[in-house]
Structures are given as C-alpha cells and as structure tokens.
Ligand binder design. Structure first.
Ligand code: 2PG
Ligand code: MG
Length: 429
C-alpha cells in the first residue's frame, strides 16, 4: 500500500514572493506527502541547479517547466515505486535526470518530490516525520542558531557579513534557547532604533542595520546580549556567516565594501582571528570563498580547535566534498541544506560523511523559505545537533521554531540532553 500512485505539483510562492515548486506524493493507500522547495540567494556554484523559465514574466524566475517535469517524466518514473524505499525513489530521479547538477529536471523539482515522498512514508506509518526518521533511536532537539542582523546578499550588502547570529550555551533546552534569543532580538532592535540605525528587516527576518563597519555589528551584538541581561559568551554567544564567496573579487582578494577596502586571504584570516580573540564568537561559517581551500585549511589549523568552522558553499551538502575536506583539514562542521544537493538520500549521506569525519553538522533553511517544516524533522530525526533557520521574526522562520517547541514537548523526558552548553563552551586560545 506504500506504492506511489501518482505525483502532483504546483507553483507556489516563497518568502521573497518568488515562484517555487510544491510537490505531492500520493500513495496507493490514499496517504499524501507534501513538500515545498526553498531557494538560496547566496548560493554555492556547486549546488543542484534550479530550473527557472527565463523570459520576461516574473523576471525569468517562474518554475512552470519544473512543475511540468514533476507531473510528466518524474511521475512516470516513480509510479509504482515503494515510498518507504527513499534511496530507490531518489536513485530513480537521479537516473532520469542524468546530469551531475540535476539541471535537466531541475533540483527544485527533484527535491520537492524527494521530501514529499519522505513525508508520505511517515504519514503512512502514522508517525511524525522526526519519529519515522529516528526509527527507535533516542533523539533530542537541535541547538538553534538564530540571526539577529542580516547583511550581504540578503540586505543589498548594507553590511558585508551575511549573518550575525546567536547561539545560547546557557540554555537548558530548545524552548529556553528561543526565549533567550527573543530577549536578545528585542534588545538589539531597541538599540538600533535608538541609534537611528534600524532600516527594517533583511530577507531572513534579522534587522537590517546601517552600521559604519562590520565590526560595529559585533560590538552592538555584544551590547544587545548584555542589555538583555545575559553574559556574552557564557549565556549567549555569537555565530557568524561571512558568506565569503560573495565577497571574493576576481584575483582572490576579499572586499569589505562598507569599509571601502579589500584584503588578501591572509589579511582576511588575521582580521577574523582578531575578532575571535576580541568577541565571544563560537562559530564562523564560510570564512573564505568556496574555492579558497588553502585559506580554509590555514584558518582551520589556527582557530579550528577553539571555534566551529562551518562549510556551506564550501561543501554544498556533498558527501564527497566533505570526505576530501576532512582529509585536507578544512573546516570542522558542515551545513546541511537538502536543496543544495537535491535529494533526501544525498543530504543524509552528507550527514553520515560529516559524522564519519568527526565533523559537526547544522541543518539549515534557505534565505527564501516557506511554511514547509521538513528541515526541523530532518535535524531531529537524523540526530543533527544544530539547526539554522534565519531570524526570530516572519512566519516562514517562526513556523519552524514553533514546530521544534511541539516536538520538544512530545519527546518530554525521553529527549536526549540539550547540547548547547557542551557544544559552545569556548576553548582557550
Ligand atoms: C546561508 C543561507 C542562509 P542562502 O548562506 O547559509 O542564511 O543563505 O539561502 O541565501 O544561501
Ligand atoms: Mg551560509
């Protein structure tokens, strides 16, 4: 009865008002699984390709062909397959697509179907998705990494750094981490408003600030943590996503447009290390561009024992890239975004590769999101210890934090201990 009867798709809209793909997998039992594809703005060049229609309408961003691919060839290929065989379903789509980057059918078509199939299998088993994935293993809530200020490609580069985020090593559980973050978010907004530096919110709901330098964002964030009544570093610490692929210029230098200067990779690394010394930073994502392996290795060697160094564009959720980086000593943590690689099976392979390498992992949303809550369930069910969803406003973000609250409640005392304190106790230089 878990055989796939049909696959449906439609165009829906994401948090930036852009078209995206929603897919439904319908089983012979009548059970339906549904998922929506998110979209990045600061994308890695190695990501699965989104199929967009081009042309004058909707700035070329429409996804009608991707929708037709789901209800045409993908439906044809999946009909009759067993939805509980996720590997088989995903392999059938990868075969049918036939390209390395899923550009023929579209990564945006494939990932919606892949996730919808997973939802259908869980629904057929009459358990929540996280429980279906956990398959009897003890699981817990991931530590949230939450944006306070947004910049880079998500705020017209008003500040060069993309995400100024917080994590809460002082939180005893997920709900408490959210509550602490809420206090910091309010405090940060109040400080910006008082300075006349509040320009609205960026794509992921973080404040859109008008700072004079990137470092001002760090000092303001520390003061916001204090204003909220917390000890910076102990209760609430800073996590950054530099998204440095966006900052690298032809020739390899890194541009800080706000500060009207460019830096060599060495100078950029020295600046970041100084920040790690001066501020309670516990995590830096994409400190260098996706191709700058030498700089990534050198930086990991110098500060990787003290803080989390996360590869996003650098790994694009690709298990092979993770294995290569682990051998080379680049990064120590992997960002996991299902739509970067294109199927649930391959995203899980990236989680396993990270675990095998002794790396940390963070399941992450995209800057263009929807009401889809799949990633919360993936993080919990797969046992991934961290979750990044953007900021603490806008419902495409809050729907995911709120889902975590429900699951924490459902797990009750059966939950694995919350890992924030263990993960983010900063080590000495
Ligand atoms: C990132 C994500 C989320 P985007 O860089 O980590 O912040 O952004 O979805 O635009 O790639
Ligand atoms: Mg990133």
């Amino acid at each position: 009865m878990t055989a796939i009867r049909t696959v449906l798709a439609r165009r829906v809209w994401d948090s930036r008002g852009k078209p995206t793909v929603e897919a439904e997998v319908v089983l012979e039992s009548g059970v339906i699984g549904r998922a929506i594809t998110p979209a990045g703005a600061s994308t890695g060049s190695g990501e699965a390709r989104e199929l967009r229609d081009g042309g004058p309408a909707l700035r070329g961003l429409d996804v009608q062909q991707a929708v037709r691919n789901v209800v045409g060839p993908i439906r044809e290929a999946l009909r009759g397959l067993d939805a509980t065989d996720q590997g088989g379903v995903d392999a059938a789509m990868i075969r049918l697509d036939g390209t390395r980057d899923k550009s023929r059918l579209g990564g945006n078509a494939i990932v919606a179907v892949s996730l919808a199939c997973l939802h259908a299998a869980a629904a057929d088993a009459r358990v929540p998705l996280w429980q279906h994935l956990a398959a009897g293993r003890r699981v817990g809530l991931p530590v949230p990494e939450i944006q306070i200020y947004g910049g880079g490609a998500h705020a017209s580069a008003r500040v060069d750094l993309q995400d100024f985020m917080v994590v809460c090593p002082g939180a005893g559980n997920f709900a408490e981490a959210l509550e602490m973050t809420a206090e910091v978010y309010y405090a940060a907004g109040a400080r910006l408003a008082k300075k006349g530096a509040l320009q609205g919110v960026a794509d992921e709901g973080g404040y859109w600030p008008s700072f004079r330098s990137n470092e001002e964002g760090l000092s303001e964030l520390v003061r916001s943590i204090e204003d909220a009544g917390f000890r910076p570093g102990q209760d609430v610490a800073i996590a950054l996503d530099i998204a440095a692929t966006q900052l690298q210029q032809p020739g390899g230098r890194y541009a800080l447009a706000l500060e009207n200067r460019t830096l060599s990779a060495d100078q950029f690394g020295i600046m970041l290390e100084r920040w790690v010394d001066a501020y309670p930073i516990v995590s830096i994502e994409d400190p260098f561009a996706e191709t700058d392996t030498e700089a990534m290795k050198a930086f990991t060697k110098r500060v990787g024992h003290r803080i989390q160094i996360v590869g996003d564009d650098y790994f694009v959720t690709d298990a092979d890239r993770i294995k290569t980086a682990a051998a080379a000593g680049a990064c120590n943590t992997v960002l996991i975004k299902p739509n970067q690689i294109g199927t649930v099976t391959e995203a899980y392979a990236a989680v396993k590769a990270a675990q095998a390498a002794g790396f940390g992992a963070i399941v992450s949303a995209r800057s263009g999101e929807t009401e889809d809550i799949s990633i919360v369930h993936l993080a919990i069910g797969w046992g991934v210890p961290q979750l990044k969803v953007g900021s603490f406003s806008r419902s495409e973000r809050m729907v995911k934090w709120n889902e975590g609250i429900r699951i924490e409640e459902a797990l009750g005392s059966a939950a694995q201990p919350f890992a924030a304190g263990r993960l983010f106790k900063r080590k000495a230089a």
